[in-house]
Design a protein around this ligand. Structure first.
Ligand SMILES: *[C@@H]1O[C@H](CO)[C@@H](O)[C@H](O)[C@H]1NC(C)=O
Ligand SMILES: *[C@@H]1O[C@H](CO)[C@@H](O)[C@H](O)[C@H]1NC(C)=O
Ligand SMILES: *[C@@H]1O[C@H](CO)[C@@H](O)[C@H](O)[C@H]1NC(C)=O
Ligand SMILES: *[C@@H]1O[C@H](CO)[C@@H](O)[C@H](O)[C@H]1NC(C)=O
Length: 399
């Protein structure tokens, strides 16, 4: 037996990664996906304004939340969530077509190869679809990262689930996963990089309404030909390398990467990479950015960035007002990259340096009916992070 089983695995992963994709997520027409996102924002915000009458603030205008939160019986209809995705990761239905799996202990077995039924690890490694829920509040301090197999939903609604102070979540060569309602923080490097959520050749992945902070590597890293991802409604804070989308500048397999980053709150103490993109197509829409320390949105290797209706509040530091960053690249090269800002709002001196072609076939501008899309951001991100849904009562906000 090799004393370094992990390094052997890593070599194997590199070999596998060079094979053609064996999952079905194919490159979509970005214009169609972006137009669909913008239409549903338009739709739900109009609807919310029209019906904003009752004591309960059930419709918020957030198209993802409004799709399921108005059901007072959300606990009985948990799988409704799977129909509420938006953007490039909208096809993630997680464990919708499977059984529920109840995690009844936060203990993690020493023998990670043979976890016991009832543990989170056991549920995550099953090959069949599962909708994973938790019996009560639980904190997981792991000795070893949790690997999520295909067709899983981790649904933290109604309880408080923390994964912290050890290695955290890893998706590898897996497809169709929803991660909703977890507190993920202080993730440590141990065999794996120390990311909050590492996505390594994953597709159809939806990360919604989580709280994430302070990990040793990225909060979310998607690399090695991962695609069809939506990162929505999360609350990010106190971290350096926030979100990395794309392995490195030579890894052309990431050309197929398509990611939607929507309705997130990029809060205090974040330094950079919100996100940092390579090669693919990135729709960054209606996020709230509060005083990054270096830059907000970065990229290289010809990434296409479509920034719409975000609210950017620059830090006070005079050298860090620019939203954008193209590390180590001369202007003669990056001037051809398609980076566009439309409907964004800038405060405290923030500015976005655009580049490339502004043709609508790249960005799908045609939909843009709302003149001031960014005015919605406050409302749409108000409840970013873990929702305070209580068992047995509706999960909407009392005004
Ligand atoms: C917009 O709302 C209408 C009426 O409620 C609905 O039929 C339609 O599917 C919605 N469109 C989108 C893109 O959500
Ligand atoms: C936890 O669930 C597993 C199977 O789902 C069951 O075998 C075990 O007895 C349960 N443990 C407790 C403490 O309820
Ligand atoms: C679960 O955690 C929440 C938030 O931390 C807390 O308000 C609630 O009282 C806890 N529930 C139980 C049963 O301990
Ligand atoms: C990418 O390739 C170039 C030239 O082939 C090389 O100089 C550079 O170090 C590589 N970069 C990375 C991050 O591997």
């Amino acid at each position: 037996m090799s004393p370094y089983p992990e390094s052997r695995n890593v070599i194997l992963l590199f070999v596998l990664a060079s094979l053609p994709l064996f999952f079905s997520a194919h490159v979509e027409d970005p214009e169609a996906v972006v137009a669909d996102v913008m239409r549903s924002i338009e739709n739900t915000t109009t609807e919310a304004q029209r019906r904003q009458l009752s004591e309960y603030h059930c419709l918020t205008g957030n198209p993802i939340d409004d799709c399921w939160r108005c059901d007072p019986n959300w606990m009985k209809n948990r799988k409704r969530l799977a129909d509420c995705g938006l953007g490039f990761g909208r096809k993630a239905i997680g464990g919708r077509n499977g059984e529920f799996y109840l995690v009844n202990t936060s203990r993690d077995d020493d023998d990670y190869r043979n976890p016991r039924p009832g543990t989170l690890r056991y549920g995550l490694r099953q090959k069949k679809p599962l909708w994973i829920i938790f019996k009560r509040n639980m904190s997981f301090k792991l000795k070893r990262h949790l690997v999520i197999e295909s067709d899983k939903t981790i649904d933290g609604r109604g309880v408080t689930v923390r994964i912290s102070d050890g290695p955290c979540l890893v998706i590898r060569f897996a497809n169709n996963i929803i991660i909703h309602g977890l507190h993920i923080y202080n993730c440590k490097k141990r065999l794996v990089d120390g990311d909050g959520i590492q996505i390594f050749r994953g597709s159809n992945i939806w990360v919604d309404h989580n709280y994430m902070s302070n990990c040793e590597d990225g909060l979310i890293d998607a690399v090695f030909g991962s695609t069809a991802i939506t990162i929505s409604n999360n609350y990010f804070t106190h971290h350096d390398h926030t979100i990395l989308l794309g392995h490195n500048d030579n890894f052309t397999m990431d050309k197929k990467m398509q990611v939607t980053v929507a309705f997130n709150h990029f809060g205090k103490g974040l330094i950079q990479r919100m996100p940092r993109c390579r090669f693919g197509y990135f729709h960054v829409v209606n996020n709230d950015y509060t005083r990054w320390e270096m830059y907000a949105i970065g990229g290289s290797a010809g990434a296409t960035i479509n920034s719409q209706g975000n609210k950017f509040v620059a830090p006070n530091h005079i050298f860090h007002k620019q939203v954008t960053m193209r590390p180590n690249t001369p202007k003669s090269v990056w001037k051809h990259w398609n980076w566009l800002s439309s409907g964004d709002e800038f405060h405290n001196g923030a500015y976005f340096v655009e580049s490339g072609s502004k043709s609508s076939s790249i960005y799908a501008k045609a939909w843009s009916l709302k003149p001031k899309l960014s005015s919605l951001v406050g409302r749409l991100t108000k409840e970013a992070g873990v929702l305070k849904c209580q068992k047995g009562s509706p999960c909407w906000v009392r005004l």
